[in-house]
Design a protein around this ligand. Structure first.
Ligand code: SAH
Length: 275
């Protein structure tokens, strides 16, 4: 598909520039939910968030030496972890300069055969050649995309045929009504949540881009402990940091709480193949 003319607004990058240090710190460097195997799994949050990364890595089905794209790479912890564990070359893109700096400063980057590098780039305008990646993944970044069709089109373009695209993301069990719909509008405004599709809508969008979802795995039961942790961790970080960051963190905490309360919101791992 043709590239989009205009990069997406820098506002998302700015939001992440501000939020990154404190929030990533609270989640062990990851800006995504944790995964707990069952009620007996006592993993601390940093380990649980890494566990989610490992589930994404497994689903990529890469072999050593392959090239992998991380769409919305945060502070680079998932990319470095996957690069090292799978001996692959991961390239991460993010809209936040602060995140690129933090990711490039990770001591684990570049040791051993696996390697990760990072750049400031918009998923809706990827600076890569066609079919230049063997696999790609996006953890909690598509939700922010104003034009998901453009982003998915770009991801499909840079993936080679047969390459996998794995997504860890919020989605809707069914359409929202009444107060829940109004809540979602607030969410969209406060936290730039633009893309929260139902499963059917997600399959359709992916298909249109040339990405066929082969495995859909709802993991709500495994990730929902994250909410409790967010409620504990974020206010403490907000108190410690104060100022504008504290306000942002408080908003962030409220958003998680609303995600927990809206019954139609769930979370899944989607595994698609580029056809
Ligand atoms: N995947 C990371 C970070 C998740 S936070 C992790 O799991 O830790 C969301 C990320 O998506 C941020 O890095 C943000 O900069 C990025 N993002 C949002 N919209 C984007 C876009 N249009 N292009 C590239 N990155 C984007």
């Amino acid at each position: 598909m043709a590239r989009q003319e205009k990069p997406s607004p820098e506002v998302i990058g700015e939001m992440y520039d501000r939020l990154t240090d404190s929030r990533a710190d609270a989640f062990g460097g990851n800006l995504h939910v944790g995964y707990w195997t069952d009620d007996h799994d006592e993993s601390p949050v940093a380990q649980a968030t890494d566990h989610l990364t490992d589930l994404v890595a497994e689903r990529l089905e890469v072999v050593p030496g392959e090239r992998v794209l991380d769409v919305g790479s945060g502070t680079g912890r998932p990319a470095v972890r996957i690069a090292v564990a799978r001996d692959v070359h991961v390239t991460g893109v993010t809209l936040s300069e602060n995140q690129v700096r933090l990711a490039e400063g990770r001591p684990e980057t570049g040791q051993g055969p696996g390697h990760a590098d990072f750049q400031l780039a918009d998923a809706m305008w990827l600076p890569f050649d066609d079919a230049s990646f063997d696999a790609a993944y996006a953890i909690e970044s598509l939700v922010h995309m104003e034009n998901p069709a453009a982003a998915l089109g770009e991801i499909a373009r840079v993936l080679r045929p047969g390459g996998r695209f794995v997504v860890g993301e919020w989605y809707l069990l069914g359409p929202l009504t009444g107060d829940d719909a109004a809540d979602l509008e607030d969410l969209s405004r406060d936290f730039h949540v633009h893309f929260l599709p139902t499963v059917d809508e997600f399959y359709e969008e992916m298909n249109r881009a040339g990405l066929k979802i082969e495995i859909f795995h709802d993991i709500w039961a495994n990730i929902s402990r994250s909410f409790q942790l967010v409620e504990e961790i974020l206010p403490a970080s907000a108190m410690r940091l104060g100022g504008e960051i504290a306000e942002q963190l408080t908003v962030c905490g409220e958003i998680y709480r609303r995600f927990e309360e809206i019954p139609q919101i769930s979370y899944a791992l989607f595994t698609a193949v580029r056809h």
